[in-house]
Design a protein around this ligand. Structure first.
Ligand code: BT5
Length: 261
């Protein structure tokens, strides 16, 4: 069975009314790098870039995102969200719900979201999301934003690289014809529909339902220190409210903090 990324198959499954400009690559350095560069040169909003392989896939803080050939989906979407810059995390949140809903619609899996940008299956990471953008200095809103999504669909032939072998997983054991095309389309449909209504934050309640950190003991990683805490809530700005073991509470902003469950 083959699962080949196909422009035609993805377009066939799109239901969004937006005029999407879809580009597919066999190989690229990074779909985010490419699309950010294009955005700076005036690429039109609604462009979606998908690659079968990335040589320089990256995550937050320039961490590597492994993107082996024919095993995953490495996708970037160019958007112009009507949001103040400080609410950029809303895009990552909406994308996480879109990917989780899309996975749940095509499989029997139960995706969980680890605040703020990881999607897990059975406690292991199957997807990471990275939002990058340019802010207009007059309006302090986004001129554009690129939402980058990396998903492990199949386990690589020689397994995951040693550094992620114990923390990564994939959606499927066996190849399924057109699965990646269908999943891409399901994600694109949902992201564009959430982005049309970002202000009413409909996706936030779903985000909480998918969350695997709420009411759990976690470790907050701050300035290289591990601080034990309990995750209490996710507020309307998608900040994580935690209570440390000494009783103090804090609202965490995704920019600076990582957590371990
Ligand atoms: C992320 O960063 O997880 C965001 C990843 C975004 C990747 C997409 S792919 C399309 C677009 N183009 C890009 O260049 N990027 C975006 P972060 O939360 O910083 O997590 C990075 C960490 O995840 C690494 O340090 C590893 O521990 C782990 N990791 C790396 N590759 C992985 C993989 N394939 N599966 C699971 N975990 C991985």
């Amino acid at each position: 069975m083959k699962d080949i990324l196909s422009h035609e198959e993805i377009i066939k499954n799109l239901s969004v009314s937006h005029n999407i400009n879809l580009e597919i690559f066999d190989e690229i350095d990074s779909t985010n790098i490419y699309l950010k560069d294009r955005a700076k040169k005036g690429e039109r909003i609604g462009t979606v870039v998908i690659s079968d392989h990335q040589t320089l896939g990256h995550g937050r803080f320039d961490r590597k995102f492994h993107s082996p050939k024919k095993c995953g989906i490495y996708m970037s979407i160019l958007l112009k969200p009507d949001l103040p810059a400080e609410q950029g995390v809303m895009l990552t949140t909406a994308a996480a719900v879109a990917v989780s809903d899309a996975i749940a619609s095509l499989t029997d899996l139960k995706p969980k979201i680890k605040w703020v940008n990881d999607i897990l299956i059975n406690g292991k990471k199957v997807c990471g999301i990275l939002t990058e953008g340019a802010i207009n200095t007059k309006t302090l809103k986004f001129d554009w934003a690129v939402v980058g999504i990396g998903i492990n669909v199949y386990v690589p032939e020689n397994n995951f690289e040693p550094d992620i072998k114990n923390i990564a997983t994939a959606l499927l054991k066996e190849k399924q014809e057109n699965f990646r095309n269908k999943l891409c389309a399901e994600i694109i449909n949902r992201i564009f529909s959430f982005c049309d209504n970002l202000k009413n934050k409909d996706f936030l309640s779903k985000y909480k339902e998918y969350s695997c950190v709420l009411n759990q003991k976690i470790n907050v990683i701050k300035n290289n220190a591990l601080l034990p805490a309990t995750a209490l809530d996710i507020d309307d700005e998608c900040q994580l409210k935690v209570r440390y073991d000494d009783g103090k509470t804090e609202l965490l902003n995704s920019g600076e903090i990582s957590i371990k469950i």
